[in-house]
Design a protein around this ligand. Structure first.
Ligand code: URA
Length: 209
């Protein structure tokens, strides 16, 4: 079973507390999601392989290290996942960006794909899949399935807040996917919102309500 990483860093915890406040406005909410995504991405990229190179400093030749080999893509689940993209690309500017759009079928309550546009070479890339809220896990599992159908082998899932139910669902269906979350909340309510959560992350990022 792949690891579950709950980021206990004080900056992440502090910023998530600000996100939770119902009085935090759209601009601040969006900035906070992006900053938290950057901090979580820092942890999610901890195992990137390095290679040694030589660089001439003004003083001497240094044997030093740079990131080698593995190519990355970040794939937000639309729409709230878009709020996490800048945070990732600010640390990994060479990452390509794909998009997966899912909506919840009102009858079956299951996610239906309405959009998927992925880099041509996605099967050669490690993918960071991003969605701020891991609630039931259904969207995450659907997006992971779509990525696998495109040949992606190595997937990490990144979210700001997860529920115990969402973690269990993703780990059961996709035990090889490492999960990075800022915090684990208590539970889901009857509307499948995370409690205490932040409400609808998409509405709060885009100011639609
Ligand atoms: N999606 C959200 O935006 N918020 C939740 O609490 C759950 C899913």
């Amino acid at each position: 079973m792949a690891d579950l990483h709950i980021i206990n860093h004080p900056l992440v915890q502090h910023k998530i507390s600000l996100l939770r406040d119902k009085n935090t406005g759209t601009k601040e909410f969006r900035e906070l999601v992006s900053e938290i995504a950057m901090l979580i991405c820092y942890e999610a990229t901890r195992d990137l392989p390095l290679k040694e190179i030589e660089i001439e400093t003004p003083v001497a030749v240094a044997r030093t290290k740079i990131i080698s080999g593995r190519k990355l893509a970040v794939v937000p689940i639309l729409r709230a996942g878009l709020g996490m993209v800048d945070g990732v690309t600010s640390l990994v500017p060479a990452a390509k960006i794909g998009h997966i759009g899912l909506f919840r079928d009102p009858d079956t309550k299951t996610p239906v794909q309405y959009y998927a546009k992925l880099p041509d070479d996605i099967s050669e890339r490690d993918v960071i899949l991003a969605d701020p809220m891991l609630a039931t896990g259904h969207s995450a599992n659907s997006a992971i399935k779509i990525l696998r159908e495109h040949g992606v082998k190595n997937i990490k899932f990144m979210c700001v807040i997860c529920s115990p139910e969402g973690i269990a669902a993703v780990r059961e269906a996709n035990p090889d996917v490492e999960i990075y979350a800022g915090v684990m909340d208590e539970k889901l309510n009857e509307d499948k919102y995370i409690v205490p959560g932040v409400g609808d992350a998409g509405d709060r990022i885009f100011g639609t309500k």
